[in-house]
Design a protein. Sequence first.
Length: 253
Amino acid sequence: MSIGRHALVTGGGQGIGAAVAWAMVAKGMRVTILGRRPEVVQAMAGRDPDNLFAVTADVSNPDQVKAAIQQAESHFGPVEVLINNAGQAQSAPFLKMDLTLWHQMLAVNLTGTMICTQAVLPAMLQAGWGRIVNVASTAGQIGYAYVSAYCAAKHGVVGLTKSLALELATKGITVNAVCPGFTETDLVRESIDRVVAKTGRTPEQAMAEFVKTNPQGRLVQPEQVADAVMWLCSDGASAITGQSISVSGGEVM
């Protein structure tokens, strides 16, 4: 991975996205972090303004994404590495799931990945080099009860990854996915809070439900996911494309 390359990380202000952004900065890359909440991404970018730049957009809104990427390219040049990390997870029993929840899960997790990729791909094609890593989930590899919309969206991300990898195989651009298991992020902490509120379980009991499917018996750390992302972005991984790498302590084999 060449020093100075420009990477765009969606959902880059916290959790896995923030871990990826900091790992990239440590390798000498310039990183644009994109998020919906300006105060979050701006605060993070302010910690290293020479190497981090903050833009604001809802990834499911094409006009907002286009404007954000124009700002990013004006600041750091064409995007050479794209990390589609922005996502949301909501739960509901299938028969209680309404169309609003269904459309929201598809819009953020799947359509947002497509929109951001279409926005940066022309510059990658012109350069003859690029790395696209989609942060899917083990929910893109197996099923989980009560999150059917989320699982459907993440399975869609895995399918998109495979299809686009084939289209770009001779263009110097790789497309891969990482599929984290339950990871110690705000997203999982909020899920634990919902379990506590709905079931009356203690936080410890709720946590036990989240880690029981991981053979290592623990939550994945954001930095562990970032390490997998960094490898996929490296020159040494140029023969790796169309893959979905599970980062889940052995939950998916």
